[in-house]
Design a protein around this ligand. Sequence first.
Ligand SMILES: Cc1cc2nc3c(=O)[nH]c(=O)nc-3n(C[C@H](O)[C@H](O)[C@H](O)COP(=O)(O)O)c2cc1C
Length: 202
Amino acid sequence: MITILNFSQRAEGINDTICADLQAGFTVQGIDTRSIKARDLTIGFCNNCRSCMRAPGDELGECHLGDDMKELLESILESRCLIVSAPINCYDLPSLVRVMLERMSVFCHWPDDKYAPAVRKMPREIKGVLITTSALPGIMVPLVTRARKSFSLFARPLRVTKIDYHHLGFKGRKGDMNYTEKDRRVVRKIISDVSRLYPERS
Ligand SMILES: Cc1cc2nc3c(=O)[nH]c(=O)nc-3n(C[C@H](O)[C@H](O)[C@H](O)COP(=O)(O)O)c2cc1C
């Protein structure tokens, strides 16, 4: 399975179009794909109670908040590939990524007498793809934003590795907020690259 996680808050914006195109492409390839819009989820703030970090072992800790975070993490962990599509906001990934990062304390075991937590080991590696859209030229994104760093923090406990990055720039002006032929080519390349992870379907 592939999980496509869209962090844009804007309905029918560029990220929605990218994710819809990815979903359609993988469906044509016969690959089971789940598309999730982060804005549709209920994800509360971590309140630092640390109860999810008490139990030892590699099972995810239990969070008492009981919102959509658990199901989201389980969906990603069931996947062979995670594709995140997100706008660059304020030189970083959107703030909801940070809210989720704090909620990923379920991946840690932190006894009261230890200075720092140990990260639970997830059973298998997941291929990662990060797509960003920005007013900045795409080439500038790794240089002047924290997007890759934030994504790697998000990816590490999930065992998302071998990450491909695609930064689609020049989306600042109203007239530029279109899904261009170049963007379409990037999406087609992602579909082709990721589909290779599923040789049993070709
Ligand atoms: C609050 C806000 C902050 C933004 N900050 C940045 C930024 O720091 N750098 C940048 O290149 N673009 C920035 N942008 C432009 C967005 O990245 C762009 O509008 C978005 O990629 C479009 O995606 P969407 O159509 O899915 O909303 C910002 C936009 C908003 C609304």
